[in-house]
Design a protein around this ligand. Sequence first.
Ligand SMILES: Cc1cc2nc3c(=O)[nH]c(=O)nc-3n(C[C@H](O)[C@H](O)[C@H](O)COP(=O)(O)OP(=O)(O)OC[C@H]3O[C@@H](n4cnc5c(N)ncnc54)[C@H](O)[C@@H]3O)c2cc1C
Length: 382
Amino acid sequence: MKILLVGAGLSNAVIGRELASAGHSIVIVDSRSHIAGNCHTERDRETGVLVHVYGPHIFHTDDKEVWEYVNRYSAFKPYTNRVKTTVKEQVFSLPVNLHTINQFFEKVMRPDEARVFLESKADTSIEEPKTFEEQALRFVGRELYEAFFKGYTQKQWGCHPNELPASILKRLPVRFNYDDNYFFHRYQGMPEHGYTKLVEKILDHPNIEVILNKKFERGDGAEFDHVFYSGPLDGYFNYELGRLGYRTLDFERFTFDGDYQGCAVMNYGEESVPFTRITEHKHFAPWEEHDKSVCYREYSRACGKDDIPYYPIRLVKEKELLAKYVELAKNQQKVTFVGRLGTYRYLDMDVTIREALDTAREFLLCMKNGRQMQSFYVNPLG
Ligand SMILES: Cc1cc2nc3c(=O)[nH]c(=O)nc-3n(C[C@H](O)[C@H](O)[C@H](O)COP(=O)(O)OP(=O)(O)OC[C@H]3O[C@@H](n4cnc5c(N)ncnc54)[C@H](O)[C@@H]3O)c2cc1C
């Protein structure tokens, strides 16, 4: 079959590879001048540092098949994400852990003592937290909430934490030990030569043709047997029902002779600082040596019509509009909406790859059984 894949990010790279290996003929188009979508990495011309162009990306997963999959296409270097935050003119360790708590309250507590101490701080008058703010106050009390959660969340989402649902802060966001590994997952690492090289390898198959700088418009898929679309769901329909809300990011690049901040990611928790964090890219590749350094100050704001959509907002209003677009999409023939933009969800890379592998397998099964592939393999409303 002749299959068109819109978007050359991780989703379609994996789907394309799986279908190409099964003998199908694949054309991938992307409106950008490079592959790898938002995971794109490239060498900074001035410093030689490998830069995560659309923001810092750390690969982490519990999914053994996905871990083995990416390791087939790139060597991975061990990497543990350790994030720091600057608040109240001090540097603290994140996620909030025993070190953070002891430093913040100027105490020397052991785990059980810290647990009891924080319970005494928690606002137990909140029985059923409904908002992010209530959830945080219920879990950690006002002081930690205001120092580590309030300002950052407000900057990130552009609204007060009492306008965000409690579900954003699902479980106790605090550790009563000194573990400062940001992620809980079993496997964690960085592709040695960056994500774009990884995607390049995945796409390296004689049945795959990649066309860059080409924006897909509805109708371009007519000559193909099937289309996998990883662009914005509302964009597919020319935003005819309105725009799904996103947050976008602005990156302010600067260079430094030497080591600017001593770590890859430094958050800034206070509202008085306009940016959310600074990323110093050379720390993502500690096996490389660079005298100079390149950093990005990261600012978050509402996504305008010409901006890059980063984080889907998915509050009540957006979900209502999403439901309408999902209905429209379900009436499309021979188009499957995939990936973070096609399903309007935040997806980590490992989840993206898992879903892409499952989607490709479902497609092959459909073909074998003479069934039509559905518009969504994963329900965007789920
Ligand atoms: C700031 C940030 C940090 C992140 N950090 C991490 C992390 O640390 N770890 C992690 O696991 N995940 C992280 N992620 C998630 C990761 O970026 C996604 O999992 C991944 O990018 C999803 O790939 P995708 O192919 O679905 O989408 P994308 O990478 O967005 O690819 C979609 C592609 O479609 C193209 N496109 C769109 N519309 C059209 C059109 N009409 N015509 C042609 N092309 C089109 C776009 O140009 C784009 O290249 C992060 C995401 C963000 C926003």
